[in-house]
Every structure is written in C-alpha cells, then in structure tokens.
Design a protein around this ligand. Structure first.
Ligand code: TYD
Length: 196
C-alpha cells in the first residue's frame, strides 16, 4: 500500500504521519515513511529554489515542476521495493502536490506520468488563514493568495479522483488522527468502529 498525505503548508501532515505510522505498527504492519521533496541532490536543489524571492513566478514554478518530477522519479524504485516487501509506504506529498502547486496542469501531468498512483490520498484540508498563521513564511509559497489557489486545486483533484479522502484539518490533532484512522482502517481490515 502507498498512502499519501497532502495539503497546503501547515496542514499538520508530519504530525499525522507519525501518529498513523505508530497506529499501523501497533496493528502489526511494517511501515516506512518518505517525504517529498526528498534529501536527494535534486531535493536539496529544490529546497534552495523554494526560498528564492521569485519562487512563485511562472518561470521558477515551471523549473520547480521539472525538478519535483525528477526528484519523485528517483524515489519510485524505493517505493516499489518496499511494496514488494509488504511494507506500507506513507508519504508526505506526491505528484498531487505538483498538480496543485505548479502549472500548467496538463504539462505537469505529462511530466509525472511515470509516478506511482497512491492507493489512498488523505487530503488534510485546512483554512488558508490558519495555514499562514502556522507557517514561518520562509518559503515564498507561504502566502494567502498563492495558497488559496493551491487549496482550490486540491479540492478539484479530490472531486475527480476516487482515491482521495478529505479530512478536516481545522480540528484538533486527536480528531484529525481518528478521522485518518477511520479512513485507512478498511484498507487493512482493521475494525473501524473500534477507533475512538
Ligand atoms: P516543506 O518546507 O517541506 O513544506 P511542507 O512541510 O509543507 O511540505 O517544502 C515543501 C514545499 O514544496 C511546500 O510548500 C510544497 C511545495 N511542493 C510543490 O510545490 N510541489 C511539489 O510537487 C511538492 C512535492 C512540494
């Protein structure tokens, strides 16, 4: 299984990935987590570019689209290997981030055509104002106008892809965690009604 957490900056993905991993392990599963952008050379370059003052400009966005697709492609062998070993892979972001943050969408889709489609995408849906409050503003992406567009793109993807589950990330972390567990439980035949 390849499960992905998506959402705008500050949605709480890393906290929720930790809680989900622990819970799946308590249920006897082997779990590995991954994060995009990765710590590959391409991933390091991406993180540098994200701090540029013109990071949201059209040309830099396209550059990032190319780099994110390359960084992701380098990750695919690892995901395939883990899956073949029956390890559950939980990822912080996927090509759906590129489809939501970068454009034009058709071109981004083409660039990512070799990326693996996740079995489940948990979209942590957070109000943009909360996102801006929660983030440090270091990356150019962490501004209200840009993130409003990203959030709308995510919600459109959720409408047209049946692997998406929308989770209300405006709730406290415990409620978000139990909503995530309830969504994931059926994938592993774990009792859904036993989750508090
Ligand atoms: P990071 O500081 O790790 O943010 P977060 O913890 O919210 O994931 O930086 C990742 C940034 O890169 C984040 O703003 C989202 C963006 N991003 C894209 O624009 N496209 C992508 O394909 C991916 C994977 C991330």
């Amino acid at each position: 299984m390849y499960i992905v957490l998506e959402g705008i900056d500050g949605a709480g993905k890393s906290t929720q990935i930790k809680l989900l991993k622990e819970w799946l392990e308590d249920n006897g599963l082997s779990v590995e987590t991954i994060v995009e952008p990765t710590d590959s050379d391409v991933g390091k370059l991406i993180r540098k570019i994200l701090t540029r003052s013109d990071a949201t400009s059209d040309n830099v966005q396209k550059t990032l689209g190319l780099l994110f697709a390359a960084d992701r492609l380098l990750l695919m062998n690892k995901i395939e290997k883990l899956e073949s070993e029956n390890v559950v892979v939980i990822s912080d972001r996927s090509f759906y981030s590129s489809l939501s943050y970068q454009s034009p969408q058709d071109w981004i889709k083409e660039l990512n055509k070799f990326a693996k489609i996740p079995d489940m995408v948990l979209l942590l849906d957070l109000d943009v104002k909360k996102s801006v409050e929660r983030t440090d503003g270091i990356d150019e992406f962490e501004n209200e106008e840009f993130l409003t567009g990203v959030k709308a793109n995510y919600l459109n993807l959720a409408k047209s892809n049946d692997n998406f589950v929308i989770i209300d990330a405006n709730n406290g972390p415990n409620k978000v965690s139990s909503d995530i567990k309830k969504a994931v439980a059926p994938l592993f035949d774990i009792c859904k009604d036993c989750i508090l």
